[in-house]
Design a protein around this ligand. Sequence first.
Ligand code: FAD
Length: 551
Amino acid sequence: MQFSANDRSEYIATLSTTSYDLLVVGGGITGAGIALDASLRGLRVALVEKHDFAWGTSSRSTKLIHGGLRYLKQLEFGIVREVGLERAVVHRNARHLVVSERMLLPIVKGGSLGKFMTSVALWVYDFLADVRKKERRVMLDKPATLAAEPLLMPEKLLGGAMYYEYRTDDARLTIELIKTAMSVENTVCLNYAELTEFTFDEGIVNGAMITDVLTGQPFQISAKAVVNAAGVWVDAVRELANDETLQRKKLHLTKGVHLVFDYQRLPLKQAAYFDTPTGDGRMIFAIPRGNFVYIGTTDTDYFEDKNSPKVTQDDINYLLIAVNTLFPTALLRQADIKGTWAGLRPLIHETGKKASELSRKDEIFYSKNGLITIAGGKLTGYRKMAQRIVDFVSEKLAVEHHYQPQACQTERFVLCGAKFKDAEAINQFKVRRIGEAKQAGVSPAQIVTWVNRYGTNTDIIIERVFEIYTAIGDPEQRCLEAEMWYVIHYEMVVRLADFMIRRTDMLYFSESETLEKYPKYAEIMGKLLNWDESRILREKAAMKRELALYL
Ligand code: FAD
């Protein structure tokens, strides 16, 4: 179904004239998951996001759908079981986007987990998460560990463990959830739409004033229930509503950063998960991705501007020391860094606990004025969080508005573009499309990238390539225009950064030449969206500012 930037005014007209059952504030993974769950239960749902979908933490994570092995150390068995089980569900519902990733956990002298404890912990992990047989942990002795990863330092190595997690593109998972929700009748999700104040009826929240950030126009949405899923901004939204629950519990933000290197500088044979040498009990991922490998993350208290968390020199030193200690021959230096990103965790404050000790559990706050807030949690557990909050909303609507609660349907609901039976079906789809699109000058590598990004919706892009075949002679330009056209008309892209950062991960994992091409991309997008010269200049300047944050 189309979800087009050209239809924004119609969406706004619908939002301001419909009486909604539920208004969701925040278009990250949490809000997107809630919108889909509620839509499938027959509720009329509106979702507003003040920037682009996934603009907040949901495009800046480690991009893993994982069981959170570290929570075993904190004895949080409930979380490990829930998110561990969810890995398989999230994979099954978006197979092209959530792919299995082999992980090596090296065991070193003086590390936080010895051989025996690692074996037990991973066994418990397999058991709690009901891991399928071929993905269960395998313990390795020292020679086998070194054979699996020759870059490891041999001196302190005792052995290792091989196990599996899942890798994803967090922002794409979010947009596919939004698109899937949008395909359900009576649901409207809008980006660049900021909640600025709440409206009340006799002291009870009954909707909100929203500003269309692109035009500055205000409009009103009325809703029987409002859920605040604004990530690290939930407290700011609670303040707007004078929510008394703020006096009891607030957020505690921590920052995590990632560094990106050329794959050739650290050519790992699989992802690795390892202790930091500082003895702070934290663990770090090194994850190969195409021509790159990224390393993260840190976990430090954060009190600065929530809109632009930055990577500091201390963050860089911490990660470089950790990676160079474990892989000493890599000798990674600051000058090797190709890109960075920093994200903020919306955790719930617990007195006396350090950043890395805080629970990742989600929690619901219910204000006496009716505002419902959900905070905490993880990308991996988004579906269960959504289920809990929509159960809560359903009960409220049942009591106050005679709504007939319906069961959650998301466990087996395949996301937009993800109708693949298994990995083999994805490969066959790629092979067929490579053959078909060859005549339009589309390279096999381009098809693979598109299918990994858009799944079966690649067909719409290929169709567009054929449509513009005679008008655009250069194959590379033709593919770029077709892809941009798709995201504008089917994924509500309204700004250049939406395309380069969140619909594609170009900014994170692209050749530096691609980044040099952003002024040209701004021109093409300007043509597709009828921008005038001054808008094109503004988009180029905005993109330059984004680049300064990431590189
Ligand atoms: P967000 O994604 O921040 O979304 C909230 C949205 O609300 C924002 O887009 C914001 O613009 C919007 N908003 C705010 N105020 C308003 C308003 N007034 N009006 C309208 N919209 C508003 N989890 C995993 O499972 N796996 C991982 O590998 C992983 N790695 C991580 C690594 C790091 C460094 C960090 C920081 C987190 C990681 N997490 C991971 C956790 C996970 O990323 C987060 O829990 C999740 O993304 C939070 O999503 P959210 O939707 O709650 O918040």
